[in-house]
Design a protein. Structure first.
Length: 131
């Protein structure tokens, strides 16, 4: 049996967490956090293959979480996809500079999200197999 890839969803809005769970639970082992601190704690416990990370969260925002995770060697192969309702170019560039691998803009389409997640895993798997 093939192990399911682990995806950590870090999102403060319950409706969006449920959306991600509904469209991804069929294929991935999901872990869920409702804030940045909880996200870092769960990430350290499960070392996910991918993190879907909201930018705009109270207390610790996604930029801070991303920076914290990227400064830890155990997450160097973890894919980080930032989720944002921000449409300005500066926020997107900041996310990429902080170490995000990609960005998903709200509002999102379930097919687009599934496709992006699958594509990111395919690209990572190709890179890892080439090492």
């Amino acid at each position: 049996m093939i192990d399911k890839k682990k995806v950590l969803i870090v999102e403060d809005e319950e409706l969006i967490r449920k959306f991600f769970i509904e469209i991804l639970e069929y294929k991935y082992e999901l872990h869920v956090a409702s804030n940045g601190d909880e996200g870092i704690k769960i990430a350290n416990e499960v070392v996910p293959d991918m993190i879907l990370l909201d930018i705009m969260m109270p207390q610790m925002d996604g930029f801070e979480v991303c920076t914290s995770l990227r400064n830890d060697k155990k997450f160097e192969k973890t894919i980080i996809v930032m989720v944002t309702g921000l449409s300005d170019r500066d926020s997107k560039m900041k996310a990429l500079k902080m170490g995000a691998d990609d960005i998903i803009a709200k509002p999102f389409n379930p097919i687009d999200v599934r496709t992006k997640v699958q594509l990111m895993f395919r690209l990572r798997d190709r890179l890892l197999s080439a090492e």
